[in-house]
Ligand binder design. Structure first.
Ligand code: X90
Length: 277
């Protein structure tokens, strides 16, 4: 059996050693440029150009063909997408599943709606990789994913909600408050995979404390945590330290956000995916 994990690029992952893996790119579009969220893109340059360029910008999800190409060659596929509530990526992947299974008799594709993005997708993918490694059957891994998703969460801290509001992913009135200098918006991926704002915090220090408190409120007891940031390694490191001070054995690491998460989280943005008991 050839197992494969495929994720859309909102997971911030282009290489996933130890298992057959492919990433399908989301895209960022402006009047002058198209940025493909893959390993060849200079994210710093993109973020810089977007800041200079105040014109219209948007994103697009992978199409059915992109997903089909990524499934190629495998007979057991786990495809994981950004929340179906904010993107068409899940719908494309589902269509690709139907076509792939029809064209490849015996092949099976399970499409996971992460109801989230970024580091929470990574947590799920890491577990899938472990279960494949343990040689668990496909159906059992499916069940385990569903159970595991009840115990994973995503919190974020954003300095600006401009791109989210402009593209209809949050209320423009709320985005205005976030635009006030020094204000950080702390929120979470809701149960149904939408953006839920929880706190307006004055200053980054306060925001990071609030994030950690929210982790604990959500049942974090030192399980795995994965942090992604958009050009804010200091805040990521500070959150990591806070977590380790309370839970010294926590399995935690930091990674830079790639294009899609960087576009929406914007300069300074922070995402943390974590497990609860
Ligand atoms: O299909 C597309 O064009 C992609 C649209 C994606 C829209 C939202 C991306 C959010 C990225 C921002 C903070 C985390 C929010 C979590 C919500 C579930 C990151």
């Amino acid at each position: 059996m050839k197992f494969k994990i495929v994720s859309d690029s909102s997971s911030n992952i282009f290489a996933f050693p130890g298992v057959s893996f492919a990433s399908v790119a989301l895209k960022i579009n402006t009047a002058n440029a198209e940025y493909v969220d893959d390993e060849n893109l200079d994210v710093a340059k993109m973020v810089h150009e977007l800041q200079e360029n105040k014109g219209k910008s948007g994103t697009s999800c992978p199409n059915v063909h992109d997903w089909l190409q990524a499934f190629d060659g495998a007979d057991r596929v786990f495809a994981i997408t950004i929340t179906s509530n904010l993107s068409g990526s899940y719908a494309s992947a589902r269509q690709a599943k139907a076509i792939y299974e029809e064209n490849n008799p015996g092949a099976k594709v399970y499409v996971v709606d992460s109801l989230s993005t970024g580091p929470e997708m990574r947590l799920i993918m890491e577990r899938i990789r472990e279960w494949i490694d343990e040689k668990l059957p496909f159906e059992q891994i499916k069940e385990k994913i569903q159970e595991y998703q009840k115990k994973t969460h995503l919190l974020f801290c954003l300095e600006s909600l401009t791109n989210l509001a402009r593209n209809g992913r949050v209320n423009p009135a709320v985005a205005k408050i976030a635009g006030v200098l020094g204000i950080r918006m702390v929120g979470c991926a809701s149960e149904v995979g939408t953006l839920q704002l929880l706190h307006k915090c004055r200053g980054e220090k306060k925001a990071l404390e609030t994030m950690f408190k929210e982790m604990v409120t959500r049942g974090f007891e030192g399980g795995r945590a994965r942090i992604a940031h958009c050009f804010n390694p200091e805040a990521a490191a500070s959150l990591k330290e806070t977590i380790l001070a309370a839970f010294p054995k926590c399995d935690i690491f930091i990674e830079p956000a790639t294009a899609l998460c960087s576009f929406y989280a914007e300069q300074g943005g922070l995402l943390v995916g974590f497990e609860s008991k």
